[in-house]
Design a protein around this ligand. Structure first.
Ligand SMILES: [Zn+2]
Length: 290
């Protein structure tokens, strides 16, 4: 048997949004038409690398991207990848009312379903923005027919995350009720009391390969790692804006090297879409979030 078949599969996920839609710039939605559209090009870079490494992934797509680029969505599904929802307009859940969240969610779900002809039951909030203050969003996800959510980062940052939620998959108990919505946190390594995000975004771009490799191997003794990337993170040709030195790092650092780095990990470890990974095990614990 090939070595890869003996190794635990990790989840490869890609949040499909364009470079100007990120929280780094915080541009109002109404101005997005002013910026150079590169999402088809940058997503194609990812799709080609996946083809080359014979890897399937889960694509969390923004509704507004699907609306403007329906052919891209059909390309993603026709190549055998899994389609999931990233909301419509990339607004952080913490900046929406309950009604606004539901409207944004349902609009994007229906768009993706209409274009792809497949049911959508998996969601990821923009910028891990489901936290202690927005747990109502989990109940809305369940009410709207979602079965899987990958929105809670078990690591607190000024913008997002919850510090005390599990590192493994779990069913959330919210307001005394166990939800039928499996929560799938992004990969976080823990050494003693310290937690280290590493499995995607800026963290993956700046952490040396041997440390990422060490974390994946260690976590895989117990559970799969959920990784997360963005098409703009592999597109060094995107427009360079005059930004603060902090954003220069968070958004632009190591864009040139990133696709090669990702490809190396796809060759080194087996990856699969989330759906394939969660289907392999049926029992997950309940965790009460308060
Ligand atoms: Zn996003």
């Amino acid at each position: 048997m090939e070595k890869a078949k003996l190794m635990m599969k990790n989840a490869l996920t890609i949040d499909v949004e364009d470079w100007y839609m990120t929280q780094d710039f915080n541009f109002p939605f109404s101005t997005w038409g002013n910026y150079e559209d590169r999402v088809e090009y940058s997503t194609a870079l990812f799709l080609d690398t996946l083809e080359k490494t014979n890897t399937k992934a889960t694509f969390f797509v923004l509704g507004c991207v699907a609306e403007k680029h329906p052919a891209l969505i059909r390309t993603i599904t026709s190549r055998g990848h899994e389609l999931a929802c990233h909301g419509y307009s990339h607004r952080m859940v913490s900046r929406m009312s309950k009604d606004e969240f539901r409207e944004d969610l349902v609009k994007s779900k229906h768009l993706l379903e209409d274009i792809s002809g497949t049911g959508i039951d998996m969601f990821r909030s923009p910028t891990w923005s489901i936290n202690e203050n927005t747990l109502w969003a989990l109940e809305i996800l369940e009410e709207e027919g979602f079965l899987y959510d990958s929105s809670i980062q078990p690591f607190k940052t000024p913008l997002s995350g919850i510090s005390h939620t599990p590192l493994h998959f779990f069913y959330p108990k919210v307001n005394g009720k166990i939800l039928k919505l499996l929560e799938l946190p992004p990969g976080i390594a823990q050494i003693g009391p310290l937690k280290f995000p590493f499995a995607g975004g800026l963290y993956f771009r700046v952490i040396p390969n041997f440390i990422v490799e060490f974390f994946i191997k260690n976590i895989n003794k117990e559970r799969p790692v959920i990784t997360y990337f963005h098409p703009w993170e592999v597109d060094p040709g995107q427009p360079r804006l005059q930004v603060s030195s902090l954003i220069r790092i968070t958004h632009y650092i190591n864009l040139k090297k990133n696709l090669d780095k990702i490809e190396q990990f796809l060759q080194q470890f087996p990856f699969a879409p989330i759906g394939e990974i969660v289907r392999e095990e049926k029992k997950y614990p309940v965790f009460e979030i308060s």
